[in-house]
Design a protein around this ligand. Structure first.
Ligand code: ATP
Ligand code: MG
Length: 385
């Protein structure tokens, strides 16, 4: 029996005049997510039908569409030429043998001989006759057989409303640069901002040869997972901070290593963001999670940024909440692989937790900041994933 996927979209209706634009982005993102799979997307009365795929690809199509932001719910529907017998055949495939159920008929084709109520009652009766352990419960059924009789002579029969990713179509809220480490937090932060419609590009700082190539591959793998939520692709920028870390280590008080390094990262990130047209920076910081993630630490790293906002979507989350999200989006298993990113090299025993601006500036005065940044930018490379 032919299958289609019904895609109902989420918040788009809020956007009034921009609705057309939002819908175009949404369709484009669905198209990209289905790259390599034969399919067609059609808009039908306020939702989309995805069809034309091979029957055994339904699961794959569904799982890809579930990651497209803007999707509210999805259903896998059986499609039959409209007549009572065909609809019964389809309903039989979806019907369970036990528990309670009801039939919900929606009749757009008014030439169909029975009213919605009459047809629901008839189909329910047929299914009851087939499975003696079934019962009807119109208020709190265990499952529903939905029958959608369309005007073009076809009927869609489906049972489940599968949760979609929610959010807004990626690309409708501008572009942001995600500072991505190999850890658990930053991929989750990127996912949250992409969910609100922002296209993400990634920036990773490495300390090769102190960190190995596996560490970089791990970050690439994380970025690829985010790509599946990011309209199907992602760009990753990489900059080496090896020499910056060595120079801080050689010249400054050990406890300020992280504080100073973070200021370098922010400066470089703002520069990269402006070059690639990103309108904000995104980090995986969570208030109080580690020594450098105090409000004083954030004050110190924010102070070097000229004008871009820094989004820190995880600020109010506990670590276990972040881990839960990381599992749900599929980044957790990769994030916990052991390869270290740059921050663990030269890690101080007692990092300052509440850096005072005047001390930070005194430590930084021991360095030629501009020269170190120019030099780091020579290692700049971009990968498209
Ligand atoms: P994560 O789990 O994302 O690694 P974390 O708990 O290890 O975060 P920090 O090391 O303090 O915390 O980093 C805070 C944030 O700074 C990260 O979430 C990320 O946005 C950014 N960051 C840290 N290290 C790097 C890096 N090597 N490259 C790019 N961004 C980084
Ligand atoms: Mg980390």
């Amino acid at each position: 029996m032919k299958k289609v996927i019904i895609v109902r979209y989420a918040e788009l209706f809020l956007k009034g005049k921009n609705k057309g634009y939002f819908e175009r982005m949404f369709v484009m993102n669905m198209e990209k997510s289905l790259k390599g799979v034969k399919h067609e997307i059609r808009r039908v009365s306020g939702r989309y039908l995805v069809e034309g795929f091979e029957e055994d690809q339904a699961e794959e199509v569904l799982s890809r569409l579930q990651k497209v932001f803007g999707t509210h719910t999805l259903s896998v529907a059986l499609v039959v030429p409209t007549n009572a017998e065909n609809i019964f055949e389809a309903a039989k495939e979806l019907c369970k043998e036990n528990g309670t159920f009801k039939v919900d008929t929606h009749r757009v084709d008014k030439s169909f001989p029975q009213s919605s109520m009459e047809f629901s009652a008839w189909l329910g009766g047929q299914l009851l006759a087939l499975h003696p352990n079934l019962r009807v419960d119109v208020h709190k059924p265990d499952f529903i057989i939905n029958v959608d009789i369309r005007e073009n002579g076809v009927t869609m029969v489906f049972s489940d409303f599968i949760q979609g990713a929610g959010g807004m179509p990626v690309g409708t809220a501008g572009k942001g640069l995600l500072l991505i480490s190999g850890g658990i937090d930053s991929p989750v932060a990127g996912h949250m901002i992409a969910k609100r419609g922002m296209k993400i590009e990634c920036l990773h700082f490495h300390s090769y040869p102190y960190t190995n190539l596996q560490a970089k591959e791990k970050v690439e793998d994380l970025a690829k997972i985010i790509a599946s939520y990011n309209g199907g692709d992602i760009v990753m920028h990489c900059v080496s901070v090896t020499h910056i870390q060595e120079t801080i280590h050689k010249n400054c008080t050990e406890d300020y290593m992280i504080t100073l390094l973070r200021r370098f990262m922010m400066r470089i990130a703002e520069r990269v963001a402006k070059e690639v047209g990103a309108q904000c920076l995104i980090t995986g910081e969570s208030l109080g999670q580690v020594a450098s993630q105090t409000v004083e630490g954030m004050t110190s790293s924010n102070a070097v940024i000229e004008d871009l906002p820094v989004l820190r979507p995880l600020c109010g989350f506990d670590k276990n909440e972040i881990i839960e999200r990381s599992r749900a989006i599929g980044t957790y298993e990769t994030s916990i692989l052991p390869y270290e990113d740059c921050c663990t090299v030269f890690l101080p025993k007692f990092p300052v937790t509440k850096p005072k601006m005047k001390d930070v500036l005194a430590e930084e005065a021991k360095l030629d900041v501009d020269a170190l940044i120019e030099e780091a930018m020579l290692t700049y490379e971009t990968i498209e994933l």
